[in-house]
Design a binder for this molecule. Sequence first.
Ligand SMILES: CC(=O)[C@@H](O)[C@H](O)COP(=O)(O)O
Ligand SMILES: NCC(=O)COP(=O)(O)O
Length: 241
Amino acid sequence: MTKLSVNINKIATLRNSRGGDNPNVVKVAIDCERFGAEGITVHPRPDERHIRYQDVYDLKEIVTTEFNIEGNPSERKFVELVLANKPTQVTLVPDALGAITSNAGWDTITHKSLLIDLISEFKEAGIRTSIFVDPDLKMVEGAKETGTDRIELYTEPYAEGYTKNRESAIKDFVLAAGRANELGLGLNAGHDLSLENLRYFQQNIPNLLEVSIGHALICDSIYLGLENTIQLYLRETKAKI
Ligand SMILES: CC(=O)[C@@H](O)[C@H](O)COP(=O)(O)O
Ligand SMILES: NCC(=O)COP(=O)(O)O
């Protein structure tokens, strides 16, 4: 069964735009869970342009489903933040400083020893680990060698290709997921998943454990309302073929 983790970065973006506390990210997280979200995801970035480090401490107090913290561990500050809060899962993302959003997965071969060290540190603290990777067999195999529990497939290329030719857009993801399954790696996915492209992805990727969705879901909620939107996304993640 694929779990839906709602990424609330964009709620923090809206809050920060006026310097006050409206909307309140803690209240929104509580409401997302009340409306059926099976996890809450945040991606604190070093410039704190949306989620602030303090938000992570505040959210840790109230999240009752799966708490997933994403980020780049190159800064020790991020590692300490995760260890202090002990979320259900940490997702390591190699996002460059100044990038508008995450735009690539790890090179799990070049960064193998860094990832091995970090993953064992998080696992010793009892935190499930996931690493963000492109749908590339070599990177999936490299991920296995790091000792990570899961990988998160970076789905932006799928989302972009879906509108042109969905069969070809999903091809590499099916292969990568198949290899992850063979290797015993848990499988998550995220980035630019939406009401339009989610069902096809979920139905073609076996053993998809979690999707984390923020941008499209929050955009949809402007028109459809947050409760209704979460229900619509849950319907896609649970749809049978
Ligand atoms: C790893 C990933 O794909 C998401 O966390 C995405 O990067 C969202 O981050 P932003 O909200 O900063 O774009
Ligand atoms: N890990 C992906 C995520 O949390 C949300 O990405 P997006 O839906 O905001 O593109």
